[in-house]
Design a protein around this ligand. Structure first.
Ligand code: ASP
Length: 333
């Protein structure tokens, strides 16, 4: 069978399975299951937003969008845009620190309440990577666009082309080149790579993750942030999770998917984040004393959790119309 045909027939048979199973389990079962998970009293607490690190302006923006009654996907996109366009934030979008060749390359993804996913990897010259990822999800038959293709697609959608390397980031890179030693910093205080999860007034969860990746990475390196199940995972029946820190370690344990599956099995978001960190640190020969990973999670009831390997990680939460930054507990006491 030709490849294209195979993909087509595979997706058609997938559709058959989906239709079949919803007939077997019955649509009403699904609705009532959902209703028991989100009680009316819990819905009163919605909307809620949680994001990695101290990103007050970003969660406030997302909260404001949700308070207007808009969807969680809109809130996450607009919230993340705040930091993508902030030239002083050197870990995301405009002003992000470059790779070792001096190019700012962005990774981002979004997942919506229907479990759809879109991402851009290693994209240059467009600041709003999260918005391009959303367009990949909504306007293309694909999940991931990379490099030049992602940029070309963004331009076709009307995004502005700009040089993302600010003077400050260029200076930092020139300074780094003197020794050219690649050593991801364990914990960057005021770190702002954003993983964000939001639950809207309807109780629907979406998420996004956007970053310029690790400073001075090899050209072409892609981290966990845009990869489904690693930097982000959403299952609207259960909850969502997102990650920050040394992406290679998150990728190798598929951390965000793991957290959502642990919540499905009954763990709280906090317990699930702690278990996912435990998976990393208990790997044979884990070098965890020398790198940071942090997770945030939210379940269908709007309960949240966050945990990291090292001290210094924090989560920003918007709830009851206000936002606050909370220092995280960590594995290394
Ligand atoms: N996880 C990101 C990456 O590895 C970076 C970060 O969150 O600090 O690209």
């Amino acid at each position: 069978m030709k490849r294209r045909k195979f993909i087509q027939s595979a997706s058609l048979s997938g559709l058959g399975v989906a239709v079949g199973s919803s007939l077997v389990s019955g649509c009403n079962d699904k609705i009532s299951q959902r209703e028991t998970v989100i009680g009316a009293s819990q819905k009163e607490n919605f909307p809620i937003v949680i994001a990695t690190w101290d990103v007050k302006d970003a969660v406030n923006k997302a909260g404001e969008v949700l308070m207007q009654g808009k969807s969680s996907i809109d809130a996450v996109e607009l919230g993340c845009n705040v930091e993508e366009l902030n030239a002083n934030n050197q870990t995301v979008g405009l002003g992000g620190l470059p790779d070792r060749d001096g190019n700012v390359t962005l990774d981002a993804c979004m997942m919506n309440k229907d479990g759809n996913y879109g991402a851009v990897v290693c994209m240059q010259n467009i600041a709003e990577a999260i918005s391009v990822a959303r367009k990949v999800m909504e306007d293309t038959p694909h999940c991931i666009l990379a490099g030049k293709g992602a940029e070309k697609f963004a331009l076709s959608k009307g995004f502005k082309k700009q040089n993302l390397l600010t003077d400050a980031s260029k200076k930092a890179w020139e300074q780094w080149k003197i020794k050219s030693k690649y050593q991801p910093v364990i914990n960057i205080e005021n770190h702002d790579t954003i993983g964000m999860l939001a639950i809207d007034k309807n109780g629907d969860i979406s998420g996004g993750c956007t970053t310029s990746g690790l400073a001075y990475k090899m050209a072409g390196r892609v981290g966990d942030s845009p990869i489904v199940g690693s930097g982000l995972f959403i299952d609207n029946e259960v909850g969502g999770a997102t990650a920050t820190g040394l992406g290679e370690e998150v990728l190798k344990t598929v951390g965000s998917f793991l957290i959502v599956e642990l919540m499905r099995q009954g763990k709280t978001p906090q317990q699930a984040c702690e278990e996912a960190i435990k998976r990393i640190v208990s790997k044979p020969n884990s070098n965890y004393k020398h790198f940071q990973v942090g997770y945030v999670a939210m379940n269908k009831k709007g309960e949240t959790g966050y945990y990291s390997i090292h001290k210094g990680f924090s989560a920003s939460i918007f709830k009851n119309g206000k936002s606050k930054n909370y220092p995280s507990q960590q594995f290394i006491k």
